[in-house]
Design a protein around this ligand. Sequence first.
Ligand code: SF4
Length: 256
Amino acid sequence: MSMAMTRKLHLNTLNQRFQKAQPEEIIRWAIEEFRPRIVLTSSFQTESVALLHMVSEIDPNQPILFLETGWHFQETLEFKRKLMELLGLTNVLELKADPTKRQASIDESGGKPYEKDPDHCCLINKVEPLQRALREFDAWISGIRRSQSKRREDISIVEEYQGDLIKINPLANVTSGDIWWYIKEHRLPKHPLFDQGYLSIGCWPCTKPVQPGDDERSGRWAGLEKTECGIHAFLKPKQAKPEKPVREAKEEGEGI
Ligand code: SF4
């Protein structure tokens, strides 16, 4: 039986307690509560720097997962190396796709799986490797924030998912301005592409600079309806929301 199965967390109480807490307090609680079965994911871009710094101050040996899709900007890989050295991070693990599936998707798409079917490309290069890795952990710290996009407005600080996985979003209440204050206060570096308008950076085929006035993540899969790679969407909530009565759903136009 995993630790999570024997542990009863009172999510509402925790979320109320952390509503006004500093991210460092939330991270410290999470690491102390779940160590050694807790992991952080990071894409090692500018907006990741603050969270990586906070974690390194608590435990530089904390496991950190990086999704190595094979399509990162060279600048991202160099920035990752620089941050690992600067922050003394000793436990950064690279997750990769199943090589057979990856090669098949490349062959079937004429070398450009991200153009032919970006959802499938994200599935095999990001979602599936993360799903496999998370089986080894009871808790996952993520750097997502409510202010990043409409899709992320409803996240909670502590969430519980099927499979007894707890997800902790210590930056849920943090704004982009807060991140910048933290970066300046601690004299941390920014991703080398940031000054060219790349406010949110993923794989190079799917990342463009953000246009003035658009949201921080608008440069990701620009021109497509896709706004997320799927790693923050595949988990199923522990307690499913009750289904709406048929009449109510029809009145709201669902399923028509
Ligand atoms: S972001 Fe683009 S290149 Fe990266 S895994 Fe997703 S579709 Fe593929």
